[in-house]
Ligand binder design. Structure first.
Ligand code: C2E
Ligand code: CA
Ligand code: CA
Length: 682
């Protein structure tokens, strides 16, 4: 699945987790450190304040008691008198002694009026600080401490800088129940203690961060794992969704079989796959004739149920390589890949007919469905699409012919094309060069090698696939198009034959079928001359095939044309011999070189004695007239053996090859020539 399609919340899971966790770590660490600092500073202040109180009490017990007289009179003394008093010096000395080694920076003593009566910073002596918050509180009996930062400060040791200082105002009294007599103000340096707190804070911050990072990384592994699991679930879900959509698009909702679109996709798929020689494809189209008549009385739900039963029954006679489509409510199409024989197709049709002869049981009532079946099959040369169209066309013929089963044949195509705008189709086909010649080899029975080939026209119809001449030659003749097309076909056959001559197959003879209309056309002879000239082929390598029926009309003209052709050196053969008004006199009057025994004789002689006798007689007669004999439609080794025994000169038929495109022809020729001994030793 495309990564971009993963919902943003999932694809960012790891990133979001990282950001949130790191932010969390920072917040937690900073908060903890802040609280620690707050608590540590608070407890430090408490402790130092207590320390100052204790110190004040000690000083009170000693200094206040010792100099109480001086203090009592201090309120009457001016600032100068106080400063210059020798007692002050003594007090200072005593205080220095008492605070030696302690972090005391300054000591002040206030009397009850808030006047500074002593200070380790002498210039302050005499100042009145009655309004000072600390002094006021201490005079009421409360000890108050505050922490502050000082840029510079006069201490007992002199001027000092950048210090954190705790200042405590401590009431002086002889005991707790005695009145306040004065106030001590003691400054203590807590800079190193706060530095300790800071240091400890940093260490705590470090430890907390490290621990949280470990936790973070640990959880990160979980998150990443979870992320991957979610993503693979989402991908699987998306694939499932796509498959579901795909399924709905190409399958029929009711029966679960391929729908029309699914069938088209299937057909399209086969367009791109290479056809395997000798493997056939069959298509059966089935219509439920009376479904619409009975569905009104059944109601929607029961019709659905019935269709499911129908599709189940059709599916029961299909195997893995056969696929079934449900085109609309009453039409089904079955494609049989790897068809072995036409019998297999007929067998399938029989099986379907039998299956539908049984009634369907629906809510205790039985329903008999009547069906029509159209079918077609091909062993190459016809696409799946063309086969489906043929089978559907055959299906429509069931109604016309009032039969349950109709096998497709090309005459149906003829009537369809006729009913379509044939003129439009044909002129496009001529313009777009949709006509092409395929070649079927003729094998010389003495050498076993290919002696020539019959050129057979095909129509590469853009929609209906490769059409056989039986479906359109009649109309081309009728509408007069055969003349132009026929001329082109002769020319093209000559050119192709010359190419093969040039490629080393210099004895090949090409036979082209000619219609009566062509022969009757005044310019025919000239067109043959032109074809020979343009291609550069020797006339003896061109053979024209005429049918018996042609000779019944316009006898003189035809005979004249034939004589001229003979003069030119072109060979002539009589096609489909035995099917028309066969008469010995034809053979004697007309300058033929070969007779081609119609394939119906070859087919029937194996199991019909009369046909065998007749075929033998035709061959004998031809021989006596010095004509070459070609057996058409040889499909089996037995037939080949038989016609060889009878003295045929050449054979043509599916036993050796169908008509193939020019590019495949040489490949077919070499295959036959390589196996020539198989024919001669037969
Ligand atoms: P045709 O001249 O009798 O051609 C022989 C037909 O028999 C060909 O059918 C060929 O494919 C088929 N065939 C050959 N060997 C066998 C076999 O062993 N078994 C079976 N079952 N059939 C075999 P195709 O090509 O469909 O041609 C049908 C007819 O269309 C031809 O019959 C011919 O009358 C006409 N035709 C073909 N090409 C042309 C053409 O260029 N011009 C004219 N005017 N008619 C043509
Ligand atoms: Ca022919
Ligand atoms: Ca023929």
């Amino acid at each position: 699945m495309d990564r971009d399609n993963i919902p943003a919340y999932t694809s960012n899971l790891t990133r979001n987790y990282s950001i949130a966790s790191l932010a969390g770590i920072v917040i937690v660490a900073v908060t903890l450190v802040y609280f620690y600092q707050h608590l540590a500073t608070h407890s430090l202040t408490q402790r130092e304040s207590q320390f100052n109180s204790d110190l004040a009490r000690t000083l009170g017990n000693t200094i206040w008691t010792k100099y109480s007289n001086f203090f009592w009179h201090s309120s009457e003394m001016s600032a100068d008198e106080l400063s210059s008093s020798r007692v002050i010096e003594q007090i200072e000395r005593d205080i220095r002694n008492k605070t030696l080694g302690l972090r005391v920076l300054q000591v002040k003593i206030y009397n009850l009026n808030g006047k500074i009566i002593f200070s380790t910073h002498p210039s302050q002596i005499g100042d009145n600080e009655y309004d000072n918050r600390g002094v006021k509180a201490a005079l009421t009996g409360r000890t108050i401490s505050e922490v502050s930062f000082r840029d510079s400060l006069s201490s007992l040791e002199g001027e000092i800088f950048d210090r954190n200082v705790i200042t405590s105002y401590v009431p002086i009294r002889r005991s707790f129940d005695q009145p306040v007599e004065g106030v001590f103000e003691i400054y203590t340096d807590i800079t190193p203690l706060l530095a300790d707190v800071d240091k400890t804070s940093s260490q705590i911050l470090l430890v907390i961060t490290a621990l949280m990072m470990v936790l973070f990384l640990f959880l990160m592994l979980f998150v990443r794992r979870a992320h991957m699991i979610i993503r693979s679930h989402e991908e699987a879900h998306e694939i499932e969704q796509k498959q579901r959509i795909d399924y709905l698009e190409y399958h029929d909702e009711v029966t679960g079989l391929l729908n029309r679109k699914g069938l088209l996709r299937q057909i399209h798929h086969h367009l791109t796959t290479e056809h395997i020689e000798g493997v056939g494809v069959g298509v059966i189209a089935l219509k439920l004739r009376n479904l619409s008549a009975i569905s009104g009385g059944l109601g929607h739900q029961r019709v659905i149920h019935l269709l499911r039963l129908v599709s189940g029954r059709i599916s029961s006679c299909a195997t893995g390589t056969q696929n079934i489509s449900h085109l609309d409510s009453s039409e089904f199409v079955l494609i049989i890949e790897n068809l072995i024989s036409e019998t297999e197709l007929d067998f399938m049709v029989d099986k379907l007919s039998q299956l539908f002869a049984e009634p369907f049981v629906l809510d205790h009532s039985s329903i008999t469905l009547s069906i029509s079946i159209g079918a077609d099959c091909s062993w190459g040369g016809k696409s799946h699409e063309a086969l489906v169209n043929s089978a559907l066309l055959a299906l429509t013929e069931c109604k016309v012919k009032n039969r349950q089963y109709v096998r497709y044949d090309e005459s149906m195509e003829l009537s369809r094309i006729e009913s379509l705008t044939f003129e439009v189709e044909i002129s496009r086909a001529l313009q777009e060069h949709e006509f092409a010649l395929y070649y079927q080899p003729k094998i010389n029975l003495t050498t076993g090698e290919v002696s020539g080939m019959e050129a057979l026209v095909r129509w590469h119809h853009p929609k209906r696939g490769v059409l056989s001449p039986n479906s359109f030659i009649g109309l081309l003749e009728e509408r007069g198009y055969i003349v132009d097309l026929g001329n082109w076909l002769i020319e093209e056959a000559c050119r192709q034959c010359k190419r093969w001559h040039n490629d080393g197959q210099s004895n090949l003879r090409v036979a082209v079928n000619v219609s009566l209309k062509q022969l009757q056309f005044p310019g025919f002879l000239q067109s043959v001359v032109d074809a020979i000239e343009i291609s550069g082929i020797e006339p003896r390598y061109l053979e024209l095939e005429l049918t018996e029926s042609m000779l019944a009309d316009d006898t003189e003209v035809i005979l004249d044309v034939m004589k001229n052709l003979k003069k030119m050196g072109v060979l002539l053969s009589i096609d489909d011999f035995g099917t028309g008004y066969s008469s010995l006199s034809y053979l004697m009057h007309y300058p033929f070189d070969y007779i081609k025994i119609d394939r119906s004789f070859i087919r029937d002689m194996m199991h019909n004695r009369d046909h065998a006798i007749l075929t033998n007689a035709i061959i004998a007669m031809a021989k006596s007239l010095n004509l070459g004999v070609v057996a058409e439609g040889v499909e089996t080794q037995q037939q080949l053996h038989r016609v060889r025994e009878m003295g045929c000169d050449e054979v043509q038929g599916f036993y050796f090859s169908q008509a193939v495109e020019p590019r495949k022809f040489m490949y077919v020729v070499s295959g036959i020539n390589e196996a020539a001994a198989d024919v001669t030793n037969l």
